[in-house]
Design a protein around this ligand. Sequence first.
Ligand SMILES: Cc1cc2nc3c(=O)[nH]c(=O)nc-3n(C[C@H](O)[C@H](O)[C@H](O)COP(=O)(O)O)c2cc1C
Ligand code: SF4
Length: 479
Amino acid sequence: MPQEYRLILKYADQPGYTPDIECYLRNGGYEALKKGLSLPLKTLPDGKTVTASVQIRDEVMKSGLRGRGGAGFSCGLKWSFVDRKSGKPIYLICNADESEPGTFKDKQIIHKDPHQMLEGMILACFANDVHLAYIYIRGEFMEGAKILERALQEARAKNFLGKNIFGTGYELEIYVHRGAGAYICGEETGLIESLEGKRAYPRIKPPYFPAVLGLYMCPTIVNNVETLCAVKHIVAMGALEYAKLGTPNNTGTRIVSISGHVKKPGYYEVEVGKVTIGELINDPAFGGGLRDGRKLKALIPGGSSAKVFKAGEKFKLKRKGPDGKDVEKEFDMLDLPYDFDSLIGAGSMSGSGAMIVLDDSTDIVKALANISEFYAHESCGQCTPCREGSLWMSKALHRLTHGQGRKNDADYLIKIADNIPGGRTICAFGEACSWPVQSFVGKFKDEFVAKGAADEERNAKATDAPQAEHFAVASRANR
Ligand SMILES: Cc1cc2nc3c(=O)[nH]c(=O)nc-3n(C[C@H](O)[C@H](O)[C@H](O)COP(=O)(O)O)c2cc1C
Ligand code: SF4
């Protein structure tokens, strides 16, 4: 029987567990910080010694932790790109924007266990020689911002922040920065611009890789809330124990937000790759199945920008055979393990870990119109393909859902969507707005064509009728 594995959410929903520091300390809070900061110098076989900071960075690399914000990039590798020789300060930013539609996991951590996030963040700062860090929280999370401000005050009062933390001489300050509530503020370079007090216009990479030219043009690490929580557990349990959770190359746990047409929408923490999509939708431990009498129609597996899966789709993925060699294995969509690599292999992504379940009552054209309207609204407008393309797609979908569709709208949508991504835009929003259109229209084309054709036929008849009437009236008047 598949079950949740609660590591980050271990205490979050337990009766009597509160977000205050005393409760966190009673449950072993800040022990990992103490351990991490007081690691003795380690002597390597070649006689070199490594500091506590370097040891933590090594542990994070060994743990295999992949970012939980969307791209699933190796956290250890990201940290290794930080320019440590520039002589400039290094900054760390916790990305608490949680703007991908369908995602509601970071909010749970912030509301229910804010000190866990702070502990992970302080460890990540210590490991990377950071002395000033920010939590960038989306504007709408007013309560979350208040909770974090209070948690920071509590941490300062206990000297987990400030000068000479745990008597080690290490100094750190963290501030909360509230965004103004735009999706693009979640994109790391847009976020940095916004933190600098400007419009959240993403920066072009190269040259503006945050690890080299980030906040105030200094080396900067941007990590998601959940990723930083995982750092605390890696230090607490050790990289090797952490890496035993999950599956190879997809280690640890992750929190999946399940929404849509399931009986038990909610957030569920699982070992990465140990649970399938079908189990997450149907098992009583998770989504609890579809609403009575309904069948699955589609699934968006990783937040609204992820490519949609159609019920019944099959995928061929590479798996290790008994002799260690790669063999191709066929998977039904429901049997795909919920991990980074399997979902990429199936042509989509686990993204921010947000599964949106659509049953057979869903009007697929309306669903896509809704998603596209969001992306057209949220494009920052810097790049022509994204600014114009997202709007054209949204307009075509608007007419398709308002009785004004055309038979060739499906092809028109695909043509636009194919011309936005692939290096034509500054940031990955270009992909984010195109992937839903490419996949929805590509996989449910008949529904788009049928709707457009029906509109065209009905409207042609409707315009013929008044025109005939108009000519009759005009010829009577001319007599
Ligand atoms: C349009 C767009 C929106 C994004 N929104 C978020 C977000 O709300 N939260 C987040 O953590 N990452 C978001 N990301 C990913 C970030 O740019 C960045 O990769 C992430 O915060 C890195 O953290 P991680 O390595 O811990 O995953 C977004 C990316 C794009 C392209
Ligand atoms: S891709 Fe879109 S959101 Fe990203 S910078 Fe260009 S216009 Fe802005």
